[in-house]
Design a binder for this molecule. Structure first.
Ligand SMILES: *Cc1c(COP(=O)(O)O)cnc(C)c1O
Length: 384
């Protein structure tokens, strides 16, 4: 079985961090930036989720795309004793988890195709099925959940096609249906009526499936904004971004703790005179004589260039303004009168003042995009 891990079709190759477990020594000796992931915060976020959902609700954490940039394997290993299964998007992600020794059920969101179908049996992955052709692709012994569309209009089975799908399910006795689910498209908004509409629809449709199948609907938004509305008969939730400490949407959730901090070091500093510009395009000028520092992090590492002149960094527990255009590999900081010594640690992101959701607001995106875009070149270090 082991030799098959490298047989993945090239277009299904998901890039996982090449630096899943670098040793701290190597980082400190040769790297001038790293992302630190505090796994004890993951436990706290799991607790926050369990406190919100109905008792005995199964947790199926979503660790797609390298756990939103946090590293799927270390996250899965930490979560395994506390959860019932994992969700990923591509079979290759599931294969890597199996390779790392993860034994829990793994649900794959994308539909199977001819290239990926064999891996569902070789690596015991659960398929998401939304059409009879998906059933046809699965080899005997495989299991699957049915994904029903109730409004997201992305991957689920359209309602009109459910009767045909149900018929096809009847005919395939050699593969095993284990669950039925849907996905909310506006649960990040606490005041949306669409969640109730989707729930109503799902309530009606799910009754056509065997009672012993697992029912699940909730993502992070639904867990924190709509938990009371979720029928007790629903057995599982699929938390994603909340695991990593961010709320889905604009409303902050106080019980969540970001796992991630991003840290670098000052590699250069220089005096600037009042009125002098720094970096490309002269988009910032010194308000007075002072010092400008440089860190070796830029947009090539996933620091959004749109944050130029808009972000703060933390040095010795004090906040400093980033100034001038962020460049591919370097970013400048206004130090004012402080000639901060070279090698001093500089934080770009942390759990207190410098949160990914603040960057997201300033760049008109969501925390999800910020963390998943931190380059795999940036080593991840695990603490806690
Ligand atoms: C990504 C995803 C989730 C998790 O969403 P969050 O908003 O991060 O909690 C759940 N279900 C499906 C189908 C997804 O694609």
């Amino acid at each position: 079985m082991a030799s098959e891990y490298i047989e993945l079709p090239p277009d299904d190759a998901t890039k996982l961090s090449p630096n899943v477990h670098p040793s701290l020594e190597v980082d400190q000796a040769s790297l001038d930036q790293h992302v630190s992931i505090d796994l004890s915060k993951l436990d706290q976020n799991i607790e926050a989720i369990t406190n919100t959902v109905a008792p005995n609700t199964q947790l199926w954490p979503v660790i797609k795309d390298d756990a939103y940039g946090h590293g799927a394997i270390p996250i899965a290993k930490r979560l395994a004793p506390q959860v019932h299964g994992f969700c990923v998007v591509r079979p290759s992600e599931g294969v890597r988890l199996r390779d790392a020794g993860i034994r829990l059920p793994i649900l794959v969101f994308e539909p199977p195709n001819e290239r990926t179908a064999p891996f569902y049996s070789t690596h015991d992955l659960m398929a998401s099925v939304s059409h009879s052709r998906h059933l046809d692709l699965l080899q005997p012994g495989c299991s699957y959940h049915v994904n029903i569309d109730t409004g997201m209009k992305r991957l689920g089975a359209p309602i009109e096609e459910l009767p045909a799908l149900l018929q096809a399910i009847q005919k395939r006795k050699d593969i095993y249906g284990k669950g039925v689910y849907t996905h909310f498209y506006k649960a990040d908004d606490p005041g949306s009526s669409t969640v109730a509409e989707q729930l109503d629809l799902f309530q009606r449709l799910q009754s056509q499936f065997p009672t012993e199948w697992l029912r699940h609907t909730a993502n992070s938004g639904a867990i924190f904004h709509y938990a009371k509305q979720l029928p007790l008969s629903f057995d599982a939730v699929r938390p994603g971004v909340c695991l990593y400490g961010y709320s889905a949407g604009d409303q902050a959730i106080d019980s969540l703790r970001p796992l991630l901090s991003w840290q670098s070091r000052l590699v250069h500093h220089q005096p600037v005179k009042k009125g002098e510009s720094v970096s490309y395009g002269a988009r910032w000028r010194a308000p007075r004589d002072g010092w400008v520092g440089v860190i070796p992090v830029g947009y090539a590492h996933g620091l959004p260039r749109l944050l130029s002149n808009k972000m703060q960094l933390c040095i010795n527990n004090e906040l400093y303004e980033q100034v001038g255009s962020i460049t591919m590999d370097f970013t400048l900081i206004w130090l004012g009168e402080d000639k901060v010594p070279l090698e001093t640690p500089v934080f770009l992101l942390d759990a207190e003042h410098l949160r990914a959701n603040v960057w997201a607001e300033k760049t008109q995106t969501i925390a999800y995009e910020i963390t998943t875009r931190i380059s795999p070149k940036v080593p991840r270090v695990y603490v806690g």
